[in-house]
Every structure is written in structure tokens, then in C-alpha cells.
Design a protein around this ligand. Sequence first.
Ligand SMILES: [Zn+2]
Length: 464
Amino acid sequence: MSTIDLRIRNASVVLSDGPRDLDILVDGGKITGVVPRTDPTVATEEIDATGLHVFPGLVDPHVHLGPNITYPQSAEDVARETQSAAAGGITTLIAYLMTPQPYEEVFPIAKAAMEADSAVDFGFHFCVVTRDQLESMPDYVRDLGVSSFKFFMNFRGDEGKYLDLPGNDDGFMFDLLEAAERNGAMLDPHAENIELVWRLRALGRPEGVNDLDAWNLGRPDYVEAEALHRLSFLAKVTGASVYAVHTTSGLSLDVLRQGQQSHPDLFVETCPHYLTLDINAPCGTYGKVNPPLRPRHDLDALWSAVADGLVDTIGSDHVPRHKSFKEKDIMTASAGFPGMQNLLPLLISEGYHKRNLPLERIAYLTSTRPAQLFGLYPKKGVIHVGSDADLTLVDLSGQADITAATQLSGAEYTPWEGWHVEGVVARTIRGGESTFANGAILPSATGKFLHREHSGRAALDAIA
Ligand SMILES: [Zn+2]
């Protein structure tokens, strides 16, 4: 019998039907066996995972990188952020490129920057904001391997100007939905009705509430839910696969649940912050995000939907802008915050320990399902012979405090400051190589670009 590269011994391996006592064999960057402890295979390197659970490497489907979250262009945009991903157990991310420039020009720059410095494998979503980009969708899918496209329903008039993105309307979105359906792609719309927000803005800041609640009341749950209602309907009319990013509220979940009854190709993402932080969180303006953090009852509704299967994925919506952009009043502070490093520890701590969320459900939400929906499965998303050896080793009873000092992101703050978590990432392995272990980032080969032929229904059909 020949010697293989790596054997992970004595682990509890999180398979789709629950954890099992098995060893994992790795050779040439791939999983070559998931075997009983007694299997005789010999490896050059052995990792003793006694007391640890091994999850399929996390696939974070919602990440922003680069200056003003446009697209990654330099080592500065890539190194620290992807290291924060590796420290969080993430082995693959899909980053949003957001610009009105032709993606034929932007893609090579972003890809080269990532290939030079990324600690994780990566794919891209393109934000489509011009007619030229819309007409190029077939080329983007076929030639560039990008099969998912963002659209901001709230960017009407000058609303997208702060990101240099032009305004659009429902007609443009309808064309986008049709194009996505024709090209085996999926649309990832940011759902908010900005006209309702304008009406509330004109009324001024509500009195007698804290900053986060003021932000929430200026873009309340029905602003998101109305947009999702319209989106679900147009998705059904066009037959398009649609992925509802960063879903925040019980009202929105009701709309999506209803929409799925007549159009099943409606997929649902939420984020760790909507599951853990509410309008009374002590983080203040650090917690400003769009859509906003919500009242407590929405958080409970989201956990129910995570447990009952309505929610497909949990993405970080990582935004790495420096804390200086957040240390302003709530109306002018920038929206979004970093999240990749804390996503899994928060889910273990708040989901598994406090709410009995099964480990295999966490693996599904954070790895299997995003890999399936975004055309990466079974290369990613599963611990199975032939899959990439992307593995996240977790100490379920490990204790940690989340503080700015523990964060690797260049943002230098965290909205979870002072949170105590039970459940820590012990080691992250990508393509058979450790990228993070014993609390430190390890030098490793840089991440590879992932060409994604389809997303949504077309990707699910390709698996079956
Ligand atoms: Zn986002």
C-alpha cells in the first residue's frame, strides 16, 4: 500500500446525517477516503483530531472586498481579509464585484489580486448595473465562470452613487431575471423598497429611540418584505432562480415561504448578525447595516427558519471598511462590518449550544448548501471521496472572547466586541494544506479561482 499525504485521526466527522467516528484520508489535495479507525492506510503527515469535530470547509457566499467594496485590487484588499476567513474556518468565499465598468476589464484585475494573496479559494458574483453588462451576461457565464449576479432593488435615482453605481428600475430587473433564467444563472437581489425609505426620511429621525432602532425604523421590515414580495412574483413570472441575500425579519420570511409555494427556485440567505444582534446591541453605530438590525422577535423568527429549513445558507456579508468610517453618527456612518472570522463560532455557540441546532444542519447552511446553489458541489461542500480536502476542525467546547484585538480583518473592530463564544476553530485545511492552526495563520499556497458554470436551479439539476 502506498503512502498518502495526510491522515486526520480520531475525528468526529460531520456527515450529512450527523457526526461519525471516522478518519479522513487526503492525497493530492483531495479526500481519498473516509474510513474506520482500523483502516491501515499510512500517511506522511498525521493530525490527531481527538476531541474535535470536522466540518466540510466553510463556503461563505456573501463577501465584499476592495476599496469602498468595489472589487479586490491589491494585497491590502486581500491578505488580511482572507486570513480572517481562514481563521473563521472558511475555505471558499464568493466575493461581489461591484462597478459600472465592463467586467471583462475588471475580472482579470480582481482575479490576479486574489491569486496573489488569498488564503482561501474564491469565486465572484458580478453586480449588474448597466445595459452593456446585462447584454454581456452570456459571456460572463461562459467565459468568466461567473453565474450569479447582484442587483440593488433600492438603487433608484442617486441612491447608489456612494458606490458609483447608477440607478435602475423594475424593468431593468425584469430583463435581468430573464437573462439569468436563459443563462442557467441566479440573481442575488438586495431587496428594499427605497421609495418607502424616502417617505420615512422626509419625516425625520424618530424621537426617543437609540441609534440602531432609529436606523431600523427608517428602513423597517415592511420595506424589505415588500421588495421580496415583488421579487418573488417577478421570479415566478420569469422562471428565474433568485437568492434573497441577508434576510432579516419574520415578515420577510413569511413572504419567502409563501413565494416558494408557487416558485420553489427562491433561495434564502441570512447572516450571523441578524441571528445574534438586535436593535439593543451595545455596538451602536458599529452595528449599522442594510437592511438594519431588527427587534428581538425577528431574531427568534430567523432561528426558527434556520432550524426548519426555510433558510438555505448563512453568509457573512463581510464588509472590511476601516472602523473610522463607522465612528460617526448613525445617519452618516458607513453600513456593514466584517463577519467572516466569527460566523462559525457564533453558530456553534448560539445555535448548537443554546438552541440545539444540529451540527449537520450547521454544515449544510455554511458549506453544503452554498456549494450546491452556486455551482461548486461536490468539489466543495461535502466530506466525500473525490471532493477537495477542505476541512474545518472545531473544538465545540473551546472558549473564546471576541474582541477587536482577536480580529484579523483590516477593519480593526467587531460589532460582537465582548461576546463570549463556546466553540472555536482549531484548524482550517484547504486542499489538504493547513491555512490556520493553533491560533495562527500558516503560510500556504494561495487560493484558486473557481469557475462556476451555473447557479440556482441549473446548478441543482447538474448535481442530480
Ligand atoms: Zn452584501
